[in-house]
Design a protein. Structure first.
Length: 167
């Protein structure tokens, strides 16, 4: 199963060279703050996301630290997007991020608006940390700690199951 998690962290008001200050993110490179499902296998972190996917309804949310999250059943969770997804900060003023899934489905969140969606997903059913050895952080555990969402993350393995309702 392949997924990508994203925390597209924007930094301050550092506009790209030649751009108007205040409206262009300093770094729009895909991959900023991403965690890929490969991080579950290198090093191996077994026994997470073992339940079968089920239909979920969600809404994107944006944290002050730049992490794009989802709210599912009233609970804020870190998403693991389908493999090949991109999360990009589109603007700083207003602060707006776009999630583009494989196949072109696009979800957008800003400080004022957030797309809602339905998709088949898996809420992590293992409360154990994403660690190989106790106290030794992995890329995934570091990412989850940075974003500061305490509820179990949710994985969306299949982009084809998304239906987006624009706000």
């Amino acid at each position: 199963m392949s997924f990508v998690a994203a925390c597209a962290t924007g930094g301050g008001d550092g506009a790209a060279p030649g751009a108007a200050p205040g409206n262009t993110p300093a770094d729009t490179n895909v991959g900023t703050g991403f965690v890929d499902v490969a991080d579950l296998t290198d090093p191996p972190i077994p026994h997470h996301f073992t339940a079968p996917p089920k239909a979920l309804e969600g809404r994107l949310a944006l944290r002050a630290n730049g992490c794009v999250t989802v709210v599912v059943d009233g609970v804020e969770r870190m998403p693991l997007w389908p493999a090949g997804s991109e999360v990009v900060q589109e603007s700083i003023t207003p602060n707006r991020y776009a999630v583009t899934l494989p196949g072109g489905t696009r979800l957008v969140v800003s400080e004022a608006t957030a797309d809602t969606f339905t998709a088949r997903g898996i809420v992590d059913d293992n409360p154990d940390p994403f660690e190989v050895e106790a106290g030794l952080p992995t890329k995934i555990s570091t990412f989850l700690a940075f974003c500061g969402v305490t509820a179990a993350p949710v994985a969306f393995p299949d982009a084809a199951t998304f239906t987006v309702r624009k706000t």
